[in-house]
Design a protein around this ligand. Structure first.
Ligand code: 6CS
Length: 316
């Protein structure tokens, strides 16, 4: 059969590299073909999710930044400063976390989706027109966020005026000044040329971009067991590949940005400067418990436990 797989990025961006590896593995180990649909071929993130839920697509990559409305618990990824900065620890967390591997799948199943994996896409950075060293600098800044209620709360707590928008409107929004800021990993700021319409990049260390790959549940459950295993194996290979692929990617991307636009400033906030941003975490966490669905508390607690386990086993 031909299986259709859509994602939210271009072919040569992180989600596309993952999807290409998955396709390669599936095609090497079965008679099936995987047809890839990058961003822009089938609509926005919300559209491809609907298509996956209805079975028009067999596979979809949608980030929790857009899944929050469908699965409120997925908003947990927007509690600031929850995930570790260390990339190795982060990868281990995604592989081993009970919250991710056992608690999230039933929640996705309720939406007709088989959750296959979640993986990190890199440190999230703020891009703005004016320098940012404290929450005061975000005052009155219309800051684009993905359409996720907790992310809106988080940027409100940071002092900005959050503006939820689908991805397709971001570059134009920055260009026309409808929005003055946004957040994304460095590779994406570089590949989408967002640096052209921004003056400052600020590393606040508040998050790492998480994404998720799933299959249509009826499709997946209708497959023979050995094909289900073949798919899961292909996902595992693609996971390892995407972790390796991202080694050094953040710094390389920042260098490319600097080369393309020497006037841009790239600032890493000091621990002291990060403090007021970090202090918003409790408030956002409380809000998550309010709006994060029935499993919010259980998921948050389990995630913290999983994160501690990873941190202590890595000796930090
Ligand atoms: O900001 C966004 O909406 C997009 N950012 C990334 C890194 N991937 C897909 C998503 O749509």
């Amino acid at each position: 059969d031909t299986w259709r797989y859509a994602f939210e990025e271009a072919m040569d961006e992180v989600q596309g590299i993952f999807a290409q590896k998955f396709k390669e593995e599936v095609e090497a180990n079965s008679d099936h073909t995987v047809q890839l649909f990058p961003f822009g071929t089938l609509g926005e993130s919300a559209d491809i999710m609907e298509q996956a839920q209805s079975g028009i697509l067999q596979f979809v990559d949608q980030s929790p930044g857009f899944t929050g409305a469908l699965i409120p618990e997925a908003q947990v990824f927007f509690v600031p400063y929850l995930l570790p900065q260390d990339e190795e620890q982060l990868a281990t967390f995604f592989e081993e976390s009970e919250a991710i591997n056992e608690m999230f799948p039933p929640l996705y199943e309720e939406q007709g989706l088989k959750l296959l994996t979640m993986f990190p896409e890199g440190e999230v950075m703020m891009t703005t027109q004016e320098p940012v060293t404290s929450p005061e600098d975000l005052n009155e800044v219309k800051f684009r966020v993905m359409t996720n209620p907790l992310l809106v709360e988080s940027y409100q707590a940071f002092g900005a005026t959050p503006t939820p928008l689908p991805w397709g409107e971001v570059y134009g929004g920055l260009q026309t000044g409808i929005i003055q800021g946004q957040e994304n990993p460095a590779f994406f700021i570089e590949s989408t040329k967002m640096y052209e319409v921004t003056e400052h990049i600020t590393r606040t260390g508040h998050n790492n971009f998480t994404t998720a790959v799933m299959a249509n549940l009826d499709f997946f459950e209708g497959l023979p067991e050995e094909e289900q295993t073949m798919i899961q194996d292909a996902i595992d290979v693609a996971f390892d590949h995407i972790i390796d692929y991202q080694e050094g990617l953040t710094e390389e991307s920042l260098e490319k940005i600097k080369e393309a636009k020497p006037s841009i400033t790239i600032t890493t906030l000091s621990e002291e400067e990060r403090q007021p941003f970090m202090e918003t975490a409790d408030e956002v966490e409380q809000e998550f418990l309010e709006i994060g669905g029935d499993q919010a508390e259980a998921i948050l607690e389990q995630m913290k436990e999983d994160l501690e386990a990873v941190a202590s086993s890595s000796g930090s």
